[in-house]
Design a protein around this ligand. Structure first.
Ligand SMILES: NC(=O)c1ccc[n+]([C@@H]2O[C@H](COP(=O)([O-])OP(=O)(O)OC[C@H]3O[C@@H](n4cnc5c(N)ncnc54)[C@H](OP(=O)(O)O)[C@@H]3O)[C@@H](O)[C@H]2O)c1
Length: 161
């Protein structure tokens, strides 16, 4: 798609939020992503969002990094529902785990995530997406199959002792 390449050409951060089945094609239509920060919000879900298509020894984020050769891929914003993304309103800040191989790109994403009202937690390099994508599947299970609905997020509690 020509419009994808045009959008990427003037973007400081490229936010990837495509259905998993369309993700590789969307990335390839973006042109050269070398040096770009790509915020990967996708989850590599099967058709009915009950299972991950990849996991254990790789992750969607690592495949995204392979397809977007040279891009600085960060994983975040996959562990919350779309209705709560822009303006999370909770009693406490919901946590947002972030991982990436490029520390400077990760810092940018952490600032963006904090600016949206999340409590960003740096969990390490991009391979930690192998934990974040199953974690998102837990969010989906709670939302769709356990009656939570979409207006909830996860938070961390730290002991005050
Ligand atoms: N929905 C959520 O609550 C949520 C939360 C966290 C993460 N995610 C993840 O985010 C991703 C998107 O989920 P969604 O629920 O937002 O899906 P969606 O409502 O189906 O939206 C998908 C978007 O991707 C676009 N798209 C599809 N193919 C494209 C391509 N080749 N190039 C550019 N754009 C393309 C579509 O554009 P057109 O409409 O123009 O086709 C549409 O805007 C999934 O991987 C999902 O797991 C979703």
């Amino acid at each position: 798609m020509q419009c994808n390449a045009e959008a990427v050409a003037c973007a400081d951060v490229v936010v990837l939020c495509t259905p998993w089945a369309q993700t590789e094609a969307a990335i390839r239509s973006c042109g050269d992503l070398t040096g770009r920060i790509v915020l990967d919000c996708t989850n590599p879900l099967n058709a009915d969002a009950t299972e991950l298509a990849v996991g254990h020894t790789t992750s969607g984020a690592e495949l995204v990094a392979r397809w977007a050769a040279g891009a600085r891929v960060c994983k975040a914003m996959n562990q919350i529902g779309a209705p709560m993304m822009a303006h999370p309103v909770f009693d406490a800040d919901p946590v947002m785990f972030v991982c990436a191989d490029d520390p400077a790109a990760k810092d940018v994403v952490i600032q963006l995530v904090a600016g949206l009202g999340f409590d960003p937690v740096d969990i390490g390099d991009l391979s930690l997406a192998r934990l974040l994508e199953p974690f998102a599947l837990l969010w989906i299970h709670l939302a769709l199959r356990c009656g939570f609905g979409t207006d909830f997020g996860f938070a961390t509690l730290r002991s005050t002792r």
